[in-house]
Design a protein around this ligand. Structure first.
Ligand code: GDP
Ligand code: MG
Length: 290
């Protein structure tokens, strides 16, 4: 995965294209990563779409904390009648039909509903699973996978069924930049490569978060009875248990933290979410303590 460069010119063009194309659709299908529904949202969608009905897709639910995803559904529902949150996994194809049903539900009563399919536009930042969703919905029909960073293309149209027609985002949408915490969470999940230089520090924060939310998993995975308060000490313990050593027998911290990161991303620590409704933002960007 190459890092994506966000040029103001492209962002401006995408914004304009979305605005134009919004007029042609009845519904927005907003794809979010269920583990980070706020951090994986794009800031212009709320601003541009107004009252347009929206299916809020909490995708990758196979990786997310089920209980937290439930809370997110309640949260998104509370934002208004024009939003319909659904929880899906486009990878395992679980509950995919909820997207199709959701589009229908949001258009009940429309005067054209018996005459033509619902037209929906799929939007979302890179790596939330747009292509996987489109392909899964398309079944054997052909759809395009993969992003070409910075390239704005015409909308791709796809007939999912007699009742639903979907269009792909006309351009690449960017994550929220204003908050460092957001970039850190996306980097931890491997969804952006921008913050790679401080990935070790971000991983430490990730470990701290896991200890806070899912202490049992850490204990079980690394066979540690009592978790130390200090994260550096914990890394040391993990390194010791897993034989992450440099010559002379000292702990290889980098190797140990990387092991944790691979475990986290590889699902070895179970399903987890990195944000919950009402939780204060700032945990991940908090000053890294040494
Ligand atoms: N576990 C899991 N992985 C997913 C899911 N949806 C997409 N992915 C993975 O996330 C990555 C990005 O997906 P992609 O469809 O290319 O995202 P896009 O950039 O939004 O089009 C790929 O490695 C997918 O296999 C899902 O529901 N569950
Ligand atoms: Mg894609």
């Amino acid at each position: 995965m190459k890092p994506i460069q966000w040029f103001p010119g492209h962002m401006h063009k995408t914004r304009k294209l979305i605005k134009e194309n919004l007029k042609k659709v009845d519904v927005i299908i907003e794809i979010l990563d269920a583990r980070v529904p706020i951090s994986s949202s794009n800031p212009i969608i709320d601003e541009l779409t107004g009252d347009k009905p929206r299916v809020v897709v909490l995708n990758k639910s196979d990786l997310a904390d089920k209980q937290v995803t439930e809370q997110w559904k309640v949260y998104f529902k509370s934002l208004g009648d024009n939003r319909l949150p659904v929880e899906v996994s486009s990878k395992t194809k679980e509950n995919l039909n909820a997207i199709v049903r959701g589009c229908q539900t949001l258009c009940v009563g429309a005067k054209w509903i018996d005459r033509r399919p619902v037209r929906a536009m799929i939007v979302g930042i890179p790596n939330v699973g747009k292509s996987t969703v489109i392909n899964a919905l398309a079944g054997k029909k052909k759809a395009i996978v993969g992003n070409k960073p910075g390239v704005t293309k015409d909308m791709q149209r796809l007939n999912v069924s007699d009742s639903l027609q979907i269009y792909d985002t006309p351009g690449i949408l960017w994550p929220k930049f204003e908050d460092q915490d957001i970039g850190f969470k996306l980097a931890l999940l491997g969804s952006i490569k921008d913050s790679i230089l401080i990935l070790d520090e971000i991983s430490m924060k990730g470990l701290e978060y896991m200890v806070l939310k899912y202490p049992k998993r850490i204990k079980e995975r690394y066979k540690i009875d009592e978790l130390p308060d200090d994260t550096v000490e914990l890394i040391e313990l993990i390194g010791k248990k897993r034989g992450c050593l440099i010559s002379g027998g000292a702990i290889d911290y980098e190797k140990a933290i990387n092991l944790f990161l691979l475990d986290l991303r590889g699902g070895k620590l179970g399903k987890f979410s990195l944000e919950s409704p009402g939780e204060e933002i700032g945990f991940f960007s908090d000053q890294f303590e040494s």
